[in-house]
Design a binder for this molecule. Structure first.
Ligand code: ATP
Length: 234
Protein backbone atom coordinates (compact mmCIF):
# COMPACT_ATOMS: atom_id res chain seq x y z
CA UNK A 1 0.00 0.00 0.00
CA UNK A 2 2.80 2.40 0.97
CA UNK A 3 6.34 2.04 -0.30
CA UNK A 4 9.11 4.41 0.68
CA UNK A 5 12.24 3.86 -1.37
CA UNK A 6 15.52 5.31 -0.13
CA UNK A 7 14.50 8.83 0.87
CA UNK A 8 16.94 11.51 1.99
CA UNK A 9 15.38 14.52 3.72
CA UNK A 10 17.05 17.79 4.72
CA UNK A 11 16.17 20.80 6.82
CA UNK A 12 18.19 23.40 4.92
CA UNK A 13 21.75 22.04 4.90
CA UNK A 14 21.10 19.61 7.74
CA UNK A 15 20.31 16.07 6.68
CA UNK A 16 17.67 14.38 8.88
CA UNK A 17 16.99 11.12 6.94
CA UNK A 18 19.46 8.92 5.10
CA UNK A 19 18.22 6.38 2.57
CA UNK A 20 15.08 5.47 4.54
CA UNK A 21 13.05 2.66 2.99
CA UNK A 22 9.96 1.08 4.43
CA UNK A 23 6.82 -0.62 3.33
CA UNK A 24 3.29 -0.93 4.71
CA UNK A 25 1.08 -3.68 3.28
CA UNK A 26 -2.69 -3.44 3.20
CA UNK A 27 -4.23 -4.54 6.49
CA UNK A 28 -1.03 -4.27 8.53
CA UNK A 29 -0.08 -2.30 11.60
CA UNK A 30 3.50 -1.22 10.97
CA UNK A 31 5.41 0.73 13.56
CA UNK A 32 8.39 3.02 13.20
CA UNK A 33 10.14 3.29 16.53
CA UNK A 34 13.11 5.29 17.72
CA UNK A 35 14.39 7.73 20.31
CA UNK A 36 13.89 11.51 20.43
CA UNK A 37 15.25 13.15 17.32
CA UNK A 38 15.73 9.89 15.40
CA UNK A 39 13.68 11.26 12.48
CA UNK A 40 10.29 9.65 13.04
CA UNK A 41 8.25 12.83 12.64
CA UNK A 42 10.36 13.83 9.65
CA UNK A 43 9.47 10.51 8.00
CA UNK A 44 5.73 10.87 8.58
CA UNK A 45 5.72 14.52 7.46
CA UNK A 46 7.49 13.49 4.26
CA UNK A 47 4.88 10.79 3.58
CA UNK A 48 2.08 13.30 4.01
CA UNK A 49 3.76 15.82 1.74
CA UNK A 50 4.61 18.45 4.38
CA UNK A 51 8.32 17.92 3.69
CA UNK A 52 9.90 16.99 0.38
CA UNK A 53 12.53 14.29 -0.05
CA UNK A 54 15.72 15.32 -1.86
CA UNK A 55 16.19 11.74 -3.10
CA UNK A 56 14.13 8.57 -3.23
CA UNK A 57 10.46 7.89 -3.87
CA UNK A 58 7.16 7.39 -2.06
CA UNK A 59 4.39 5.33 -3.63
CA UNK A 60 0.85 4.90 -2.35
CA UNK A 61 -1.30 2.19 -3.93
CA UNK A 62 1.12 1.94 -6.84
CA UNK A 63 1.31 5.65 -7.62
CA UNK A 64 4.13 8.14 -6.90
CA UNK A 65 2.96 10.68 -4.32
CA UNK A 66 6.24 12.37 -3.37
CA UNK A 67 5.66 15.12 -5.92
CA UNK A 68 2.07 15.73 -4.80
CA UNK A 69 0.97 18.53 -2.44
CA UNK A 70 -0.02 17.71 1.15
CA UNK A 71 -3.64 18.78 0.63
CA UNK A 72 -4.15 15.95 -1.87
CA UNK A 73 -3.30 13.23 0.61
CA UNK A 74 -6.70 13.14 2.33
CA UNK A 75 -8.55 12.61 -0.94
CA UNK A 76 -6.08 9.85 -1.83
CA UNK A 77 -6.99 8.03 1.42
CA UNK A 78 -4.16 8.99 3.76
CA UNK A 79 -4.90 10.69 7.10
CA UNK A 80 -2.17 12.06 9.35
CA UNK A 81 -2.75 12.53 13.08
CA UNK A 82 0.16 14.79 13.99
CA UNK A 83 2.19 14.80 17.17
CA UNK A 84 0.79 17.41 19.55
CA UNK A 85 -2.83 16.89 18.44
CA UNK A 86 -3.48 20.26 16.69
CA UNK A 87 -7.14 20.49 17.67
CA UNK A 88 -9.38 23.52 17.35
CA UNK A 89 -9.50 24.42 21.07
CA UNK A 90 -12.58 26.66 20.98
CA UNK A 91 -14.69 24.28 18.94
CA UNK A 92 -16.70 21.45 20.42
CA UNK A 93 -15.73 17.81 20.25
CA UNK A 94 -18.36 17.19 17.58
CA UNK A 95 -17.26 20.20 15.52
CA UNK A 96 -13.63 19.05 15.68
CA UNK A 97 -14.68 15.62 14.45
CA UNK A 98 -16.71 17.11 11.63
CA UNK A 99 -13.65 19.09 10.52
CA UNK A 100 -12.02 15.75 9.84
CA UNK A 101 -14.59 14.96 7.17
CA UNK A 102 -14.03 17.88 4.80
CA UNK A 103 -13.19 15.95 1.65
CA UNK A 104 -16.28 15.18 -0.40
CA UNK A 105 -16.13 11.39 -0.11
CA UNK A 106 -15.92 11.64 3.70
CA UNK A 107 -18.57 14.37 3.87
CA UNK A 108 -21.12 12.13 2.17
CA UNK A 109 -20.76 9.55 4.94
CA UNK A 110 -20.21 11.98 7.80
CA UNK A 111 -23.11 10.93 10.02
CA UNK A 112 -22.31 7.26 9.63
CA UNK A 113 -18.58 7.73 10.31
CA UNK A 114 -19.38 9.86 13.36
CA UNK A 115 -21.41 6.99 14.81
CA UNK A 116 -18.49 4.66 14.10
CA UNK A 117 -16.06 7.00 15.91
CA UNK A 118 -18.43 7.23 18.87
CA UNK A 119 -18.63 3.45 18.95
CA UNK A 120 -14.83 3.11 19.08
CA UNK A 121 -14.39 6.12 21.40
CA UNK A 122 -17.56 6.38 23.52
CA UNK A 123 -15.95 9.05 25.72
CA UNK A 124 -16.15 11.45 22.78
CA UNK A 125 -19.89 10.93 22.51
CA UNK A 126 -20.26 11.80 26.21
CA UNK A 127 -18.18 14.95 25.63
CA UNK A 128 -19.76 15.84 22.29
CA UNK A 129 -20.76 19.43 23.16
CA UNK A 130 -17.69 20.25 25.27
CA UNK A 131 -14.95 22.60 23.97
CA UNK A 132 -11.87 20.67 22.89
CA UNK A 133 -9.64 22.79 25.17
CA UNK A 134 -11.51 21.55 28.24
CA UNK A 135 -10.72 17.88 27.55
CA UNK A 136 -8.02 16.01 29.43
CA UNK A 137 -4.80 15.19 27.61
CA UNK A 138 -5.90 11.63 26.94
CA UNK A 139 -9.30 12.73 25.68
CA UNK A 140 -7.66 15.28 23.38
CA UNK A 141 -5.51 12.53 21.93
CA UNK A 142 -8.62 10.38 21.41
CA UNK A 143 -10.27 13.34 19.67
CA UNK A 144 -7.27 13.80 17.36
CA UNK A 145 -7.43 10.12 16.43
CA UNK A 146 -11.21 10.31 15.99
CA UNK A 147 -10.78 13.28 13.68
CA UNK A 148 -8.32 11.22 11.63
CA UNK A 149 -10.87 8.42 11.29
CA UNK A 150 -13.51 10.91 10.11
CA UNK A 151 -11.61 11.26 6.82
CA UNK A 152 -12.34 7.54 6.22
CA UNK A 153 -8.68 6.85 5.43
CA UNK A 154 -7.34 3.61 4.03
CA UNK A 155 -3.99 4.45 5.64
CA UNK A 156 -3.81 6.23 9.00
CA UNK A 157 -0.49 7.78 10.08
CA UNK A 158 -0.34 8.19 13.85
CA UNK A 159 2.55 10.28 15.16
CA UNK A 160 3.30 9.41 18.79
CA UNK A 161 -0.29 9.06 19.98
CA UNK A 162 0.78 8.02 23.48
CA UNK A 163 3.23 10.87 24.06
CA UNK A 164 2.89 12.52 27.47
CA UNK A 165 0.00 10.36 28.65
CA UNK A 166 -0.35 8.55 31.97
CA UNK A 167 0.10 4.75 31.74
CA UNK A 168 -3.62 4.01 32.04
CA UNK A 169 -4.38 6.33 29.13
CA UNK A 170 -1.53 4.87 27.10
CA UNK A 171 -3.25 1.51 27.49
CA UNK A 172 -6.52 3.02 26.26
CA UNK A 173 -4.82 4.57 23.24
CA UNK A 174 -3.28 1.24 22.26
CA UNK A 175 -6.65 -0.49 22.73
CA UNK A 176 -8.17 2.15 20.44
CA UNK A 177 -5.47 1.58 17.82
CA UNK A 178 -6.21 -2.14 17.87
CA UNK A 179 -9.91 -1.42 17.50
CA UNK A 180 -9.38 0.92 14.51
CA UNK A 181 -7.26 -1.75 12.88
CA UNK A 182 -10.01 -4.33 13.38
CA UNK A 183 -12.34 -1.97 11.52
CA UNK A 184 -10.14 -2.42 8.43
CA UNK A 185 -7.78 0.57 8.56
CA UNK A 186 -4.10 0.06 7.73
CA UNK A 187 -1.85 1.85 10.20
CA UNK A 188 1.63 3.32 10.34
CA UNK A 189 2.30 4.03 13.99
CA UNK A 190 5.20 6.25 15.04
CA UNK A 191 6.18 5.60 18.64
CA UNK A 192 8.75 6.11 21.36
CA UNK A 193 6.92 3.59 23.49
CA UNK A 194 8.88 0.77 21.89
CA UNK A 195 7.60 -2.15 23.93
CA UNK A 196 3.92 -1.41 23.38
CA UNK A 197 4.36 -0.46 19.75
CA UNK A 198 6.26 -3.66 18.93
CA UNK A 199 3.68 -5.71 20.82
CA UNK A 200 0.84 -4.42 18.69
CA UNK A 201 2.64 -4.31 15.31
CA UNK A 202 2.72 -6.88 12.53
CA UNK A 203 6.05 -5.45 11.40
CA UNK A 204 8.39 -2.79 12.65
CA UNK A 205 11.34 -0.59 11.73
CA UNK A 206 13.88 0.93 14.10
CA UNK A 207 15.14 4.39 13.18
CA UNK A 208 18.40 5.71 14.68
CA UNK A 209 20.02 9.02 13.71
CA UNK A 210 17.95 9.21 10.54
CA UNK A 211 18.70 5.67 9.35
CA UNK A 212 16.72 2.43 9.49
CA UNK A 213 18.95 0.08 11.49
CA UNK A 214 16.64 -2.90 12.01
CA UNK A 215 13.39 -4.29 10.72
CA UNK A 216 11.35 -7.42 11.24
CA UNK A 217 8.12 -8.61 12.78
CA UNK A 218 7.11 -6.94 16.03
CA UNK A 219 7.89 -10.17 17.85
CA UNK A 220 11.33 -10.52 16.23
CA UNK A 221 12.30 -7.03 17.27
CA UNK A 222 11.00 -7.56 20.82
CA UNK A 223 13.44 -10.49 21.01
CA UNK A 224 16.35 -8.62 19.37
CA UNK A 225 19.35 -8.05 21.67
CA UNK A 226 19.88 -4.58 20.27
CA UNK A 227 16.25 -3.55 20.91
CA UNK A 228 16.31 -5.08 24.38
CA UNK A 229 19.49 -3.24 25.30
CA UNK A 230 18.80 0.11 23.63
CA UNK A 231 15.04 0.50 24.16
CA UNK A 232 13.66 -1.95 26.68
CA UNK A 233 16.21 -1.54 29.47
CA UNK A 234 16.88 -5.28 29.60
P1 ATP B 1 10.72 13.33 18.54
O1 ATP B 1 10.22 12.07 19.07
O2 ATP B 1 11.56 14.11 19.50
O3 ATP B 1 9.70 14.16 17.81
P2 ATP B 1 11.65 12.38 15.99
O4 ATP B 1 12.22 11.02 15.87
O5 ATP B 1 10.27 12.58 15.52
O6 ATP B 1 11.82 12.89 17.44
P3 ATP B 1 12.34 14.46 14.15
O7 ATP B 1 11.42 15.48 14.76
O8 ATP B 1 11.97 13.85 12.88
O9 ATP B 1 12.64 13.32 15.21
O10 ATP B 1 13.78 15.13 14.02
C1 ATP B 1 14.87 14.51 13.33
C2 ATP B 1 16.04 15.47 13.26
O11 ATP B 1 15.73 16.60 12.45
C3 ATP B 1 16.45 16.01 14.62
O12 ATP B 1 17.86 16.08 14.67
C4 ATP B 1 15.85 17.41 14.64
O13 ATP B 1 16.60 18.28 15.42
C5 ATP B 1 15.89 17.80 13.18
N1 ATP B 1 14.81 18.73 12.87
C6 ATP B 1 13.48 18.50 13.04
N2 ATP B 1 12.75 19.56 12.64
C7 ATP B 1 13.64 20.48 12.20
C8 ATP B 1 13.52 21.81 11.65
N3 ATP B 1 12.34 22.38 11.44
N4 ATP B 1 14.68 22.45 11.34
C9 ATP B 1 15.89 21.87 11.52
N5 ATP B 1 16.06 20.64 12.01
C10 ATP B 1 14.96 19.96 12.35
Amino acid sequence: MLKIGGIDVYYGDVQALWNVSLQVNKGEIVTLVGANGAGKTTTVKTISGLLKAARGSIEFEGERIDDKPAHEMASRGIAHVPEGRRLFPLMTVKENLEMGAMISEAKKHRGETLEQVYKILPRLKEREVQMAETLSGGEQQMLAIGRGIMARPRLLLLDEPSLGLAPILVQQIFDTIRHIHEEGVTLLLIEQNVRRALSIADRAYVLENGRIVLNGTGQELLESDHVKRAYLGL
